[in-house]
Design a binder for this molecule. Structure first.
Ligand code: AMP
Length: 402
């Protein structure tokens, strides 16, 4: 089976054509500058995910439709294609940011599904319109092809009300659906499921914390394979400080800044989303590698940014261990979690009281599935590379086979 996985953003669109059963990727790429001019970068990859062919094309992409057309056309291209005809593509899986409280799992795209994604636009104003455009562009380009929507929020829908409600007047929840939703759900689901498999025990006996640490970061507390709590909220701005996002702040700060600097709430939120976090504290970069290099050269602000990140993540681990009433397994994933051993060690420093003991030698590994805790560590600490595209492809295949 071959599934096309699409992740449509407001001006970009990522894609992968893959086998959902083996995880083999045939081709992948990115459309950029949609609505501006348009560039397609396409790679044909081998079994080891190494690019064997690369192609970049400047193609006018006034809308997502032209972007999808360019992807479909290069997939069947004589030189750079990986299929003879689009009939070989069995279905399309779409990453959709916000499913509100309507979607607890992935679903086949039909009129009701599209309407629900549209209804969630107020909750995901930056991403849902783009996700919907990606779906409609595929429908137009490949009429009749089955499509599946996989929601970033769905995995978190098992949270109990005590975790997802905000302590604000009830009408905002009942009428406006303001509550904690959480994001990166496809990654949290993939990684927690894999951790449970690797631990070799029934899900009901395992308390797991997943730390998805990348440019955007979130943690989740998982018991019995189900999400109990997560650090992001109504939007991905909440939780730990991130690459360019502030994470949790006192809401009064918004009013203060708006009043003093004559900003609108949207301008202030844009600053909190795009100009804050590691970038703001370091004054150098949002990339953790640059912060490490800066700290090594004696830049105190780079060191402070990394300290703040490690401290923020450590506090969530403590909170979630308390929320779960214990901990069996801590998992690091995503760009920083998979690659930055120093950060993992810094986060776990002082968590010995919870039964977390990191082996410095094992912790040197990067980007591969491995245990990094000592044999006598009560909590098993894993690095598990995330694969959201594979999870989307697997959900798509499963729903299409039904
Ligand atoms: P993601 O959002 O999961 O793609 O993660 C991207 C982030 O991971 C980048 O901004 C880097 O800060 C971080 N990252 C990637 N590779 C490394 C590495 N080798 N060492 C430290 N950080 C890394």
């Amino acid at each position: 089976m071959k599934i096309l996985v699409i992740n449509a953003g407001s001006s970009s669109l990522k894609y992968q054509l893959m086998d959902p059963d083996t995880g083999r990727v045939y081709a992948k790429g990115l459309c950029e500058r949609i609505g501006i001019d348009g560039r397609l970068t396409h790679k044909v990859v081998d079994e080891n995910d190494e690019a064997v062919l690369k192609e970049t094309r400047e193609i006018p992409m006034p809308t997502h439709s032209e972007a999808i057309e360019s992807v479909l056309s290069i997939l069947v291209d004589e030189k750079f294609g990986v299929v003879k005809s689009l009939d070989e593509v069995d279905a399309v899986g779409h990453r959709v940011l916000h499913g509100g409280d309507k979607f607890i799992e992935s679903c086949i795209v039909d009129e009701a599904c599209k309407k629900a994604i549209e209804d969630c636009i107020p909750l995901g104003p930056l991403h849902n319109p783009a996700n919907l455009k990606g779906i409609i562009a595929c429908e137009n380009a490949m009429p009749g092809k089955k499509q599946v929507a996989v929601f970033d929020t769905a995995f978190h829908m098992t949270m109990p009300p005590k975790a997802y409600r905000y302590a604000i007047p009830t009408k905002y929840y009942e009428e406006d659906h303001i509550r904690r939703y959480g994001f990166h759900g496809t990654s949290h689901r993939f990684v927690s499921k894999r951790a449970i498999e690797l631990m070799g025990k029934p899900a009901s006996e395992l308390k797991v914390i997943v730390a998805h640490l990348g440019n955007g970061s979130s943690l989740s507390a998982v018991a019995d394979g189900k999400c109990q709590d997560t650090s992001m909220g109504l939007s991905p701005l909440a939780g730990v400080p991130m690459g360019t996002r502030s994470g949790d702040i006192d809401p009064c700060i918004v009013e203060f800044i708006c009043n003093k600097y004559g900003m609108t709430p949207s301008e202030c939120l844009n600053m909190l989303n795009k100009k804050s976090g590691m970038l703001a504290v370091s004054g150098v970069s949002s990339d953790f590698r640059d912060l490490e290099a800066g700290a090594k050269e004696g830049n105190d602000n780079c060191a402070l940014a990394r300290d703040m990140f490690a401290y923020g993540v450590r506090k969530y681990i403590g909170a979630y261990a308390a929320a779960l009433g214990g901990l069996d397994c801590l998992v690091f994933t995503a760009g920083v979690g998979e690659n930055d051993g120093k950060m993992r060690a810094q986060i776990c420093e002082g968590l010995e009281f919870l039964g977390i003991k990191i082996d410095p030698e094992k912790n040197k590994k990067r980007g591969e599935e491995c245990v990094i805790s000592t044999p006598d560590s009560k909590v098993t600490v894993w690095v598990i590379p995330t694969n959201e595209e594979l999870m989307i492809a697997q959900d798509t295949a499963e729903l299409c086979r039904k």
